[in-house]
Design a protein around this ligand. Structure first.
Ligand code: PMP
Length: 307
């Protein structure tokens, strides 16, 4: 039987008992750092495969450094807490793991990070598909991606997600599935919760990390797989908006979104008659096998938790 349990204030407790005050700093200002980690259920192995957990926690701790959130946990401690929560929860299905490191001080009118205490909590929820289609129709957002000189988008800082949420809301209200944001320079940046790749003339292109993208763990996985499994070069560079329209293929990557084809952007079809392109398809096949823990070569990326 699965139970909704959270790790809160250093203890494993029922999720509905994990409560915070309305005075909490993070609630007012978005002064928190989070992660999104997937556990993929593997029926044959009767195990949950947590994908690249260490890298997620390293990124969380990097964000904590910026936000002056001092956690009493190392990366290894956070992995152990997660494994313990998964074991106690008993889910036998795909799950989403959400750690949150936040400014827990119950002080409202204070903008000095150095004076605010912090806390950490962790929840796990059953989670199937994030995107509702595997053929995304996207638009270029009127909202621009926030710049490193404003709030660094290389970390998953809670407050920054208002930028993604405005873009996603705008796109879906206009009938699209997802928005592609340009950065302040007008270059292609990323989706609201995904990195973007284009395939053109048998090479992959993706915005470089200095374009204000989140250094996605799925992005890194796909770069590895393209180079090592498909022998396709990956070029990290700045990309113009108009390049997407004439790409052979386009896809988005993210922990929640997996690897999902974009078949239309700004009402222009990408590639041939709405089909998922051959490179996207091959990468999807490798990726899904790996994240489930079914490819021995990449098993070190998976923490297999047996039920
Ligand atoms: N960009 C943004 C803005 C995101 O929120 C995410 C999801 N974490 C990604 C890219 C993809 O990152 P990852 O592959 O590490 O999940």
């Amino acid at each position: 039987m699965s139970k909704s349990i959270a790790f809160f204030d250093g203890n494993f407790i029922p999720t509905n008992e994990a409560q915070i005050s309305i005075m909490t700093h993070a609630l007012h200002y978005g002064t928190a750092v989070f992660e999104g980690i997937r556990g993929n259920w593997n029926n044959e192995k009767n195990a949950l495969s947590i994908f690249r957990m260490k890298e997620h926690y390293q990124r969380l701790l990097d964000g904590c450094k910026l936000m002056m959130i001092d956690l009493p946990y190392s990366c290894e401690d956070l992995c152990e807490i997660t494994i313990e929560l998964i074991k106690r929860s008993g889910y036998k299905e795909d799950v989403y793991i959400r750690p949150l490191a936040y400014k827990s001080a119950e002080i409202v009118a204070n903008l000095k990070l150095q004076e605010l205490e912090s806390n950490f909590c962790l929840i796990v929820i059953p989670f199937g598909k994030y995107l509702t289609t595997d053929h995304l129709r996207c638009c270029t957002s009127a909202w621009r991606r926030i710049d490193d000189t404003m709030i660094p988008p290389r970390f998953k800082i809670s407050g920054i997600y208002v930028n993604s949420i405005l873009a996603k809301t705008e796109a879906t209200l206009a009938g699209f599935d997802e928005a592609i944001l340009l950065n302040a320079d007008g270059h292609v940046c990323e989706g609201t919760g995904e990195n973007i790749f284009l395939a053109k003339d048998n090479a992959l292109h993706t915005p470089s990390l200095s374009e204000n993208v989140l250094p996605g763990i799925t992005r890194n996985t796909i770069i590895n797989l393209a180079q090592n499994e498909l022998s396709i070069p990956v070029i990290e560079r700045s990309i113009d908006r108009s390049e997407i329209y004439v790409a052979d293929e386009c896809f988005l990557t993210g922990t929640a979104a997996h690897v999902t084809a974009v078949t239309e952007i700004d009402r222009r079809q990408i590639g041939q008659n709405e089909a998922i392109g051959p490179i996207t398809k091959l990468l999807q096949q490798h990726y899904f096998e790996i994240v489930k823990g079914n490819n021995n070569k990449y098993l070190e990326w998976c923490s297999l938790i047996t039920a």
